[in-house]
Design a protein around this ligand. Structure first.
Ligand code: CA
Length: 229
């Protein structure tokens, strides 16, 4: 799970961003202090940096980060919408830049994009299931699963946060995109196809569980079925 270091002194904003990142399966280390953030820098996979901080100058802080972690993906957040600050931040090593106010959805999308750019799509392992992000390959107990592109994307979304319940509309947005204008029954159809390929019984699921009136989740196989595998 990628570790996101979030340096943001507005606790309400930080809380929103933290929840959104955790829903994507990230681990979040939040601090409002530049000095404290420096101590967590070594273990971070990405830094989301608010430039307006009480204890340090955000731009100077970014320069220090670049000396310690030259290749760490950095997403700068700022209330200033002035072109020179933006250009300067990019020049001294920010990988991307967002001006407040911004949507939480856009924030997580940019974080995901930066992580993919820096590390490639990660391999996901959940119990006997392994999903290889680069080649769109999936195996179950080491045997290849023949999945269509959409089936793979749906399984990968569920597997990105085992145990998390996804509503149909969230799955639609993640897999089919925000522009999709069909019915959310398409999610049920694809879930059924995935279940067949996984050999899963919806009445006694080992993989995909229906949460009645809510949506679906992939069982956290290590935790919930420790004796099965
Ligand atoms: Ca601030």
């Amino acid at each position: 799970m990628p570790k996101i270091l979030l340096l943001e002194d507005d606790s309400q904003v930080a809380q929103l961003l933290r929840i959104a990142l955790e829903q994507k399966g990230h681990t979040v280390c939040w601090t409002a202090s530049g000095e404290e953030a420096l101590q967590h820098l070594a273990g971070a996979d990405l830094l989301a940096l608010d430039l307006g901080l009480p204890d340090v100058d955000g731009v100077e802080f970014l320069s220090r980060v670049r000396e310690i972690r030259p290749r760490l993906p950095v997403l700068v957040l700022t209330a200033k919408d002035d072109e020179s600050t933006k250009v300067y931040c990019l020049e001294i090593g920010a990988d991307d830049y967002m001006t407040k106010p911004f949507s939480v959805l856009e924030f997580t999308a940019r974080v995901q994009a930066l992580l993919r750019r820096a590390y490639g799509a990660p391999k996901i392992r959940v119990g006997p299931l392994v999903l290889d992000g680069e080649g769109h390959r999936a195996t179950l107990d080491g045997k290849p699963l023949k999945l269509s592109r959409t089936e793979f994307a749906l399984l990968r979304t569920l597997a990105s946060a085992p145990g998390r319940v996804w509503s149909r509309s969230e799955l639609l947005e993640e897999v089919w995109g925000a522009d999709f204008d069909g019915t959310d029954r398409v999610v049920d159809v694809y879930i059924n196809m995935l279940r067949k390929k996984l050999g899963d019984d919806p009445r006694n699921p080992h993989f995909i569980e229906t949460m009645v009136g809510v949506g679906y989740r992939l069982l956290d196989l290590k935790r919930e079925n420790p004796t099965v595998f």
